[in-house]
Design a protein around this ligand. Structure first.
Ligand code: SAH
Ligand code: SF4
Length: 365
């Protein structure tokens, strides 16, 4: 909740990037300032990306003081950057309560966009930890701590642009957490990320990834913005999915597919089914045949990802030749299937890995 009380009340120290333009106008009015100042302040925060109130030179010193007393100017503190050989960079951010989250900045895939493309994708987190406990995932390992608020979600984009000096072109909600389980904050963050007065990134450049929360998929399908959706499928049958993704017991494959068919009825962009290939667990070629049937049924493309090893887990990726055989089954069934050779393998880029190391080192978990 954002505190809109005048500053005669104890200062809330809400993060400024969490306020919608309307909330900021309301706060200004409540604090005897003209509402048009909102546009100037939003410009400083979201367009010029300043990191101190003193840099807001077209505001009076008195207003700057009021703002500083009421708000933090950033939602996150940059704790560490890890770079990898392929120029993928991973940022570790400390939150106001001492917890950590991570975002990964990924350069354009030359195979998709051409050698000269300088497009960049940022992978953002939506929660501290994750309650869904998928058996293969570092984010699920330490359990769930809390939801991120809108300022902490949208603030990752701001911070990544501040640190790198580069513009983020695409956003994927594929970091730590289950974005659909944090629906209201997710939607508030998306309003900030796409809003013309704030970050102004096109909804088509946003992809939400979910482990398969069917009711929320339906809810997001009915939202007017043309956001993209990726589903962490990772198993073509209930038998395989139940073994590795507890969420499947609640929303089994058939129910998930129905929600995805509904998604198709309201959205233009193709769905993506993400499928991690884990040796001896979900890489049987029979799974590929069934997966192909599902993909065709909902006109989805498939993204195959050889498993990224996680410290403390015994899972392994299959041989590349086997991954290719799995891909061929899909292709022969007429499904578009890419085999993604994971970027950032050398910087713990799989979701939750860097944060897990940091919090373990600090004894938080
Ligand atoms: N909770 C959402 C959003 C996180 S996305 C979801 O599950 O979709 C993170 C993606 O990374 C998911 O597709 C997840 O399955 C995948 N992932 C998790 N651990 C991984 C690993 N060790 N190697 C490769 N991908 C992994
Ligand atoms: Fe959570 Fe997604 Fe990891 Fe599953 S894969 S534990 S839903 S972050």
């Amino acid at each position: 909740m954002i505190d809109l009380e005048p500053i005669t009340q104890p200062p809330a120290r809400t993060a400024l990037p969490g306020l919608s333009p309307q909330e900021l106008s309301e706060w200004l009015t409540a604090n005897q300032e003209p509402a048009f100042r909102a546009k100037q302040i939003l410009d400083w925060v979201w367009k010029k990306k300043v990191t101190s109130f003193d840099q807001m030179t077209n505001l009076s010193a008195a207003l700057r003081e009021k703002l500083a007393a009421a708000f933090r100017i950033t939602a996150l503190t940059h704790a560490k950057t890890q770079g990898s050989a392929d120029t993928t960079r991973k940022f570790l951010f400390k939150l106001h309560d001492g917890r950590y989250i991570e975002s990964v900045l990924i350069p354009a895939n030359p195979a998709l966009y051409g050698e000269k493309s300088d497009r960049r994708t940022l992978c953002v987190s939506s929660q501290v930890g994750c309650a869904y406990g998928c058996k293969f995932c570092a984010s699920g390992l330490a359990g769930y701590t809390r939801n991120l608020d809108a300022s902490e979600i949208a603030g990752q984009v701001l911070a990544a642009e501040q640190i790198s000096g580069e513009r983020v072109d695409n956003l994927v909600f594929m970091g730590m957490g289950e974005p659909m389980a944090n629906f209201n904050n997710l939607m508030a963050a998306i309003a900030l990320i796409t809003g013309p007065e704030t970050l102004h990134l096109g909804a088509r450049h946003l992809t939400i990834s979910t482990s398969g929360l069917a009711p929320q998929i339906r809810k997001l399908a009915d939202h007017p913005q043309q956001i993209r959706l990726a589903i962490s499928f990772h198993g073509a049958t209930d038998e395989v999915r139940n073994r590795i993704m507890p969420v499947n017991k609640k929303y089994p494959v058939a129910e998930l597919l129905e929600a995805l068919a509904h998604w198709n009825s309201t959205k233009k962009q193709k769905l993506t089914l993400e499928y991690i290939l884990i040796k001896g667990v979900n890489d049987d070629l029979e799974q590929a045949t069934i997966l192909a049937r599902h993909a065709r049924h909902i006109s989805a493309k498939v993204n195959l990802i050889p498993y990224n090893t996680v410290e403390g887990l015994e899972w392994e990726r299959p041989a590349l030749s086997h991954c290719r055989a799995f891909q061929d089954v899909l292709k022969q069934a007429g499904v578009t299937a890419t085999l993604r050779i994971e970027k950032g393998h050398d910087i713990d880029a799989a979701c939750g890995q860097l944060r897990l190391k940091q919090e373990t080192a600090e004894g938080i978990i």
